[in-house]
Design a protein. Structure first.
Lengths: 288, 238
């Protein structure tokens, strides 16, 4: 009996040692990973938008509703669109603040940015990938070595003050959908635009509309046009001349999940049981 | 000194060397925690094998552990024993919680910054002779087409760079163009971000596909201008 135990004990001790080691290493390696994910420059910059689940109605028509403060604000830097002609080398909007909320059925996304003048052609848009295929952030243009998918664009323009649901797969392929699911409303005050986009989380058109499942991250990008006219009466920003962001992450938060606590409790129970059995066997071995 | 104490001392010494001595060796770098852990595991397994080769040494090694766990004749250590017996399950529970909890961080993406170019773009040499005129012309084209993102100082900090992720390459950084051949730059400039293979995540890159706007000759001159302006030299295999 004692002999057999002497075989068991080394394994157990190595197991304990391994567990302790993992406990020390796990948080440290998590820290190392976090450094890689961190945004490249400014600490003010976000990498994702997270929409908490709220009870009651979404503020789909009210960019100034108090409930927006319950969502964490994400902040993304914007670049002038230089990727494809016709380019623009300087755009009015430099930074974009984004908040989002969902109620389990609909999602509302609030864009907020500084624009010194209110113009009829001021416009903003949100872009998503559609389906499982990756899409280039510039209108889902074709990629040489990767088969890309389409993008879904939610567009708002001040003079219409409504949402337009569109698709594109490459430059010049933008198409307004036959079924419009997106609502949008903008409000301008004190040099700041606030625009809310609202849509059901899921729709009946998965080939054209992005489908938002709670809990998982999807890609999101943004564009803003300053509709101001220059001295000759030409629009300063229009079409491909706009401020853009790269792809970032977006998530509608899942309802609270307590299963983690159950798993932890089960693990504690198993460890206690293991200790109990081990010590009992050791004691028997000694007295034998 | 009992074998258990030896094991602990040995691990402390190994840890101290890996953590404080190795990073200070010229040309070295701090070791990742996972690697330090691996080395300590190896030290421990080696020690356990060594300590259990004979019956006597085995008893000397396992005896105290068994006595501690069973709590027989350990006197003042009894409190410590209860501490360990309570703490161990709690640590396991905490570890389980951490590994199953839903992360708030978006999934991390391992993007390959310099993926392999297509075969037809390997080993091309710059057909333009490296004259001061050609370099100067290249710098002119660079200023017009590249500097809005890659910066007038070749540092990736152009005025249009801020919104893009990945950020435009910093050519003065020795890990960018100094590591690459001219033919590699020719491929990246000509085909742009959308020309990258899947591991380069082409859908994220804002690099234009310059082949639709610039003749090859201009691209080769831009490459010369970039190396010259960033004070770097192309990588060679000689």
């Amino acid at each position: 009996m004692t002999q057999r135990l002497k075989h068991i004990v080394p394994n157990v001790v190595v197991g304990v040692w391994l567990a302790m080691g993992l406990l020390t290493v796990q948080p440290v390696s998590a820290e190392e990973k976090a450094k890689v994910v961190a945004p490249p420059e400014s600490t003010l910059q976000s990498v994702s938008v997270s929409a908490p689940l709220v009870k009651g109605a979404l503020p789909a028509d009210d960019p100034n509703a108090a409930v927006w403060s319950s969502a964490t604000m994400a902040r993304f830097p914007m670049s002038p669109q230089v990727h494809w002609p016709t380019r623009i080398l300087e755009a009015t909007v430099k930074d974009l603040n984004v908040r989002a909320l969902h109620d389990g059925t609909n999602i509302s996304i609030l864009l907020e940015y500084a624009d010194p003048t209110e113009d009829p052609d001021d416009a903003a848009a949100i872009e998503f990938m559609v389906g499982d295929k990756k899409a280039h952030f510039a209108h889902g243009q074709p990629m040489a070595q990767v088969e890309g998918g389409p993008v879904n664009i939610w567009y708002w323009k001040n003079k219409d003050n409504k949402g337009v649901d569109m698709n594109a797969k490459g430059f010049g392929t933008i198409k307004v959908q036959t079924h419009q699911d997106v609502k949008a409303k903008g409000a301008y005050s004190n040099g700041t635009w606030k625009v809310v986009f609202t849509r059901p989380l899921s729709t009946e058109h998965p080939e054209e509309d992005t489908q938002i499942k709670t809990g998982g991250f999807i890609n999101i990008a943004f564009a803003v046009w300053d509709g101001k006219k220059d001295a000759s009466g030409e629009l300063k920003e229009k079409g491909s001349q706009k401020a853009v962001t790269a792809w970032w992450n977006f998530r509608a938060e899942a309802p609270p999940d307590y299963s983690t606590y159950y798993y932890a409790a089960i693990a504690v129970g198993v460890a206690l049981g293991f200790q109990f059995v081990l010590i009992r066997k050791l004691k028997k071995g000694h007295s034998a | 000194m009992g074998p258990l104490i030896k094991l602990i001392v040995l691990n402390v010494v190994v840890y101290a060397i890996l953590k404080f001595v190795v990073p200070n060796i010229p040309g070295s770098a701090p070791l990742p925690a996972s690697l330090v852990f691996l080395y300590m595991m190896l030290t421990t397994s080696g020690f356990v094998i060594f300590a259990t080769v004979s019956a006597e040494s085995k008893e000397a090694f396992w005896g105290p552990i068994q006595r501690f766990l069973t709590g027989e004749n350990i006197g003042g250590l009894q409190a410590l024993r209860y501490g360990v017996l309570i703490l161990f399950p709690l640590l396991i529970g905490w570890q389980t919680y951490n590994s199953t909890a839903v992360s708030d961080a978006p999934p991390s993406e391992n993007r390959t910054i310099h993926p392999a170019p297509p075969g037809e773009y390997t080993g091309l040499s710059n057909p333009i002779s490296k004259t001061p005129d050609a370099i100067q012309q290249g710098k002119g084209y660079y200023a017009a087409f590249c500097s809005p993102c890659h910066g007038g100082n070749f540092d990736g900090k152009g005025s249009a760079a801020r919104g893009f992720n990945p950020p435009p390459a910093n050519f003065s950084d020795p890990t960018t163009i100094a590591m690459l051949q001219e033919s590699y730059l020719f491929w990246r400039i000509k085909k742009g971000g959308v020309g990258l293979p899947i591991e380069g995540m082409p859908w994220k890159s804002a690099m234009p596909r310059w082949e639709v706007e610039l003749p090859d000759e201009w691209i080769w001159k831009i490459i010369m201008g970039e190396y010259d302006g960033a004070h770097q030299a192309p990588r060679t295999w000689e």
